[in-house]
Design a protein around this ligand. Structure first.
Ligand code: FES
Length: 122
């Protein structure tokens, strides 16, 4: 079962969310379902306001490597991902540190999502 822990200075305490394995919800929708106010605007990988930092819990499988083309382009424009990190993700299953919550489809993994509460600042 996917387990997502949201952490942010905007939250009184960390929010731990259990998503349904096998569904295709984005991290943004998981946040909303759990009352976490993650900054967002377009919901379509264009504006970059849903930038988040993602850490993977040690010893758990890492499965967040499927970046959409939009997400790659936007993160590159924001200076939050390098071509080398994209190759690491796609070829070596090494996840990049920054993602867009509206493009990140939650799978069966355990992750920690950090955000500042300021749109586009991660
Ligand atoms: S909400 Fe605009 S890129 Fe995610």
């Amino acid at each position: 079962m996917p387990v997502v822990t949201f952490t942010s200075p905007t939250l009184h305490r960390d929010v731990r969310a259990y998503a349904t394995a096998g569904d295709t919800h984005t991290l943004l929708s998981v946040a909303e379902k759990n009352g976490v106010k993650l900054p967002h605007d377009c919901r379509d990988g264009e504006c970059g306001s849903c930038l988040i930092k993602v850490d993977y819990v040690e010893g758990k499988p890492k499965m967040g490597m499927a970046l959409t083309e939009k997400e790659k382009d936007r993160l590159k424009e924001m200076g939050r991902i390098t071509q080398a990190q994209i190759e690491d993700a796609e070829v070596r299953d090494i996840p990049p540190p920054y993602r867009l919550a509206c493009q990140f489809v939650v799978r069966d993994e355990e992750i920690i999502v950090t955000f500042s509460g300021q749109p586009g600042e991660g």
